[in-house]
Design a protein around this ligand. Structure first.
Ligand code: MLT
Length: 202
C-alpha cells in the first residue's frame, strides 16, 4: 500500500481522480485542485514512496532531470498495482481513473501511460517531462491527455513538451497542450484551462 487519502465522490460519478504531487509535496497538496476540476468525482491522492533529502517523490533521480530508470520502472509498477488494490478496497471502477499530476507527479503519471495499457482513462499533466526514452509505448488509443506547460519553464523545456506530445500522439493518445508564459509553477489559469478541457473531454 502507498500512503494516501481516499474520498468517495457523488454516487452518480464514476470518475476517480488520482492526485500526484510534486517533489516535496504530500497527499494533501492537490486536494483543492481535485475539487476545482471535478467536485463530484472520487479522489485518490497518493504520497510518493521515495525520499530525497526528506522530500517525498514518486521515484529516484540521479540529479535534476536525470531519472533512475530502474527505480522509475519499479515505482511505476508499484503505483499501477496500488491502483488495482485500491479499486478493490474502495470499490471503484478501475477503468475510470484519471491522473492529475504536477511536476514529479506528472512524470510518474506519464510513466504509467508509457508502461501500462489501460492504467489510466486520461491524464492531466502539469509541467511534465519525457519520463523515459527508447521504449515502445502501449496503445494509448482513446486516452486523452492535457499538458500544462510554461514558455519559460527551466525544468520542462518547450522542446521536451513537444517531444512528449509526439510520443503520446504516436501511441494514439489525443493530446491538448496549454501554454502559459510562466515558469515551472502551477498557475490558476492553467487549472481553469484544464477544467474546461476535462469537462469537454472526459
Ligand atoms: C522530476 O524529478 O520528476 C522533475 O525534475 C520534476 C521535479 O523537480 O520534481
Amino acid at each position: 500500500m502507498m500512503k494516501h487519502v481516499f474520498k468517495k465522490g457523488a454516487d452518480e460519478s464514476k470518475r476517480v481522480l488520482l492526485m500526484l504531487h510534486g517533489t516535496g509535496g504530500t497527499e494533501q497538496d492537490l486536494l483543492p485542485i481535485a475539487s476545482m476540476i471535478d467536485s463530484q468525482a472520487s479522489v485518490l491522492s497518493v504520497r510518493g514512496n521515495v525520499l530525497e533529502n526528506g522530500m517525498p517523490r514518486f521515484f529516484r533521480r540521479l540529479q535534476e532531470g536525470i531519472f533512475d530508470i530502474e527505480d522509475l520502472e519499479f515505482r511505476t509498477k508499484e503505483l499501477h498495482e496500488f491502483l488495482n488494490e485500491a479499486a478493490e478496497k474502495y470499490e471503484f471502477d478501475r477503468q475510470h481513473v484519471v491522473a492529475i499530476g504536477y511536476s514529479n507527479g506528472a512524470n510518474i503519471a506519464g510513466s504509467l501511460l508509457f508502461h501500462y495499457e489501460q492504467s489510466l482513462k486520461g491524464a492531466l499533466l502539469f509541467h511534465p517531462m519525457v519520463p523515459r526514452r527508447g521504449i515502445s509505448l502501449p496503445s494509448l488509443a482513446n486516452v486523452p491527455v492535457f499538458i500544462g506547460a510554461g514558455d519559460n519553464d527551466p525544468i520542462c523545456l518547450p522542446e521536451e513538451t513537444s517531444e512528449l506530445t509526439s510520443l503520446l500522439q504516436d501511441a494514439g493518445a489525443s493530446v491538448k497542450v496549454h501554454w502559459e508564459s510562466f515558469g515551472h509553477q502551477l498557475t490558476r489559469s492553467e487549472i481553469e484551462a484544464a477544467k474546461e478541457w476535462y469537462e469537454k473531454t472526459l
